[in-house]
Design a protein around this ligand. Structure first.
Ligand code: BES
Ligand code: ZN
Ligand code: ZN
Length: 497
């Protein structure tokens, strides 16, 4: 998608469609400034269309109609932003996102004017970023396996009328980076498990490092090397599959290291979760190519990290393997030993994510990370607790949790903190090993899974995000179609700034 600037008012731009924003009021919708820059005839036509259609500019409501006359664009789209008192920044991203979804395959260029600071209480940079992010993400589709319904008409050009300001340009640049990373995450998650294997993810990581070899290094440990490092929890889960497991490590080091901080980003990398011997039902398994969504976040963040240039070191860690069934599978009752020496009794092979992550988190500790963030499609229980749209956030550090909440809110990624309830620790007790991989109750399953992970972070400031709900959606939302969402990527990028 190309963004261009034009000094002309919207009525004088040659494009498929013109976009006008409006707030809902008690009476007529209030059209934003771009409207005032249209000639009197057009203003009258738009006002009449709004009246005829009884358009109220509710949040997400759109009105589109065709105009006659000397107007260069024939199609006008009015986009409702809801009531001004209730408006939040993310509404602008979502409004343009859902619009891009609606005009997919119909409109290849559009013109709009960025709302002014006083009418929308956002800086030009912010507004531009939100609009651009919405348009790019809302246009996304994963159609490589469609032989007929290919996207024919992408929204290729967006012309911004009036403001050619530096801040608008900065907003676009930021949106492009954020959207690029989000889209890589979506592509990785949407790819079938037969292609998106551990080796495939390792190759993606290596390619990312090659593009900026000066700042990014990539190491991939195969089964033998992982064995030497004592990663027997990860390798236990990997054992059943013929697919080679890969333990992927990325490291970004800035030009000038101005802080001692070393942030580790850990992503659950189960390329397909069948449940293992505790096999899932057909329904429960259908979308389980999404079980590497955490890994996709890590790789996607690294794919743009050279553009963000954090002034501290960042580690990316992914233990990649499918969780399959075979004669070599782990069975309930087996005990594996993680890299940090702790033993885990496997009581349910479907609680595999926490077992592989025991080794990824131990590795982050061994590498002297000063802060650890992990992302995992970890529990169905988190979906029960928070629904499909909200990530469960857990942290052993108050300030870190606050930082993440702020970053997530600015990114439009919903997260809600759940407690690391100490009294529940005993639920993970094992009779034969240091810890069991499932608790002895089904209540509070997102919390007990988080408490399990906490055993492997050694009191380092750490936050765990259970993205089981938002990572992969069953039906389209404002920012994209069914499938991988890339949820979490933009929160991390905000934290790197
Ligand atoms: N990958 C699943 C969790 C999941 C479920 C992610 C639905 C996305 C959507 C995970 O490995 C799993 O199977 N967890 C079990 C744990 C249980 C056996 C303690 C679950 O949630 O049922
Ligand atoms: Zn599982
Ligand atoms: Zn899983």
């Amino acid at each position: 998608m190309q963004f261009e600037f034009s000094a002309n008012p919207l009525g004088k731009i040659s494009t498929d469609a013109v976009l006008v924003f409006a707030f809902q009021t008690g009476k007529q919708p209030k059209l934003l400034s771009s409207f005032k820059r249209l000639n009197a005839k057009l203003q009258a036509d738009i006002t009449k269309a709004i009246e005829t259609a009884k358009f109220t500019a509710k949040r997400g409501e759109t009105l589109d109609f065709y105009l006659q006359g000397d107007f260069l664009a024939k199609l006008v789209i009015v986009l409702g932003l809801g009531k001004k008192e209730e408006f939040i920044a993310d509404d602008l991203r979502r409004a343009t996102g859902s619009l891009a979804g609606k005009i997919k395959n119909k409109v290849s260029s559009t013109a709009l004017q960025i709302p002014s600071e006083d009418e929308i209480t956002l800086s030009q940079k912010e507004s531009t970023q939100l609009i651009a992010e919405g348009l790019i993400l809302g246009s996304y589709s994963f159609s490589k396996y469609k032989t007929k319904e290919k996207d024919e008409k992408d929204l290729a050009t967006v012309i911004i009328s009036g403001s050619n300001s530096r801040s608008a340009k900065e907003g676009i640049e930021k949106a492009e980076v954020y959207a690029e990373a989000t889209i890589l995450a979506r592509d990785l998650v949407n790819e079938q498990a037969a292609i998106a294997t551990p080796t495939y993810l390792a190759n993606v990581a290596q390619d990312i490092a090659k593009k900026d070899a000066k700042h990014i290094a990539c190491k991939v440990f195969d089964k033998k090397e992982a064995e030497k490092l004592g990663m027997n929890a990860f390798l236990g889960i990997a054992r059943a599959a013929d697919t080679a497991p890969k333990f992927i490590v990325l490291e970004y080091v800035p030009d000038k290291v101005s802080s001692k901080e070393k942030l580790a980003l850990v992503g659950k990398g189960i390329t397909f979760d069948s449940g293992g011997i505790n096999v899932k039902t057909g329904d429960g398994m259908q979308d389980m190519k999404c079980d590497m969504s955490g890994a996709a976040i890590v790789l996607s963040v690294f794919s743009v990290i050279s553009k963000i240039k954090p002034n501290f070191s960042v580690l990316g860690i992914v233990a990649a393997t499918p969780n399959l069934i075979s004669g070599k599978s782990l069975v309930p009752g087996d005990v594996v030993k993680a890299m940090n020496g702790k033993t885990i009794e496997i009581l349910d092979t479907d609680a595999e994510g926490r077992v592989t992550m025991a080794d990824s988190l131990s590795y982050a500790v061994k590498e002297k990370a000063t802060k650890i963030l992990d992302f995992a499609t970890l529990t169905g229980a988190c979906l029960v607790a928070l629904g499909t749209d909200v990530t469960g956030l857990f942290s052993n550090n108050h300030d870190l949790a606050q930082d993440i909440k702020k970053a997530a809110s600015a990114a439009g990624e919903k997260m809600w903190e759940l407690p690391l309830e100490k009294d529940y620790k005993e639920l993970n007790k094992s009779e034969v090993a240091d810890i069991a991989n499932i608790p002895n109750t089904r209540y509070g399953g997102a919390i007990t899974a988080a408490l399990f992970l906490e055993e492997f972070v050694d009191n380092i400031p750490w936050a765990h995000m259970d993205i089981a709900g938002p990572a992969f959606i069953a039906k389209s939302n404002d920012l994209g179609p069914k499938g991988g969402t890339g949820h979490g990527v933009r929160t991390v990028l905000n934290l790197l700034l």
